[in-house]
Design a protein. Structure first.
Length: 202
């Protein structure tokens, strides 16, 4: 692709490194920024700079935060007896958007994936065990809310095994058929788990 300016080309190359953005979309975004009011473009770059220099991770749960401790961990309204283990910060946002969960979280920062060179030591698993050991009188239930993949299942199995000596109830999120989907198009594993994990009809 020919560019009218090296500055445009450099900007397109950087923007296209973002997930889900190809060269054409990157070019549209860059040209949009060129046409925009200069103050808006500067405001965007300032926000991105602050994002990189000022963003923090909660010292308790490792969720993204503006402070050393996130608002969820600080809140007196959260149920401190339930701890939900998730893979990443976007999972926290997804669960929070449901409005159905009032407990606290622990963000692992990924899942065990030997193929990608990610072992338990690369994740926040030991800090989870330490946290549970120190707060076992407070935390009564641990919810494993990990993706239903081989890596997610491996991580959940590993964590469950590490917790066998702690008096904490370990649960996993339900897995089943999506609302609005056709039964015949569901894969066998999801359908099987839906049958074995069936609940009372009310």
């Amino acid at each position: 692709m020919e560019y009218p300016s090296k500055l445009i080309e450099d900007a397109v190359n950087e923007v296209s490194k973002l997930p889900g953005i190809g060269k054409k979309t990157a070019l549209r975004l860059v040209l949009h920024l060129v046409k925009e009011n200069e103050n808006r473009t500067l405001s965007l770059t300032e926000s991105l700079n602050r994002l990189r220099t000022e963003i923090k991770f909660c010292k308790t749960c490792y969720n993204i935060s503006d402070d050393d401790e996130c608002g969820i961990c600080r809140s007196h309204r959260r149920d401190k007896t339930i701890l939900c283990v998730v893979e990443d910060c976007n999972d926290v946002m997804a669960i929070e958007n449901t409005g159905q969960y009032t407990g606290t979280y622990h963000v692992l920062g990924g899942v065990i994936s030997p193929m990608n060179g990610i072992g338990p030591s690369e994740l926040k698993i030991e800090s989870l065990i330490t946290r549970l050991s120190q707060q076992q009188t407070e935390i009564k239930e641990l919810i494993l809310a990990l993706s239903p993949t081989m890596e997610g299942d491996t991580t959940a199995f590993y964590i469950n095994r590490k917790l066998k000596d702690l008096p904490i109830k370990v649960t996993a999120i339900a897995r089943g058929i999506s609302v609005g989907s056709e039964l015949e198009y569901s894969d066998e594993i999801t359908l099987g788990r839906s049958i074995t994990g069936r609940t009372m009809f009310d």
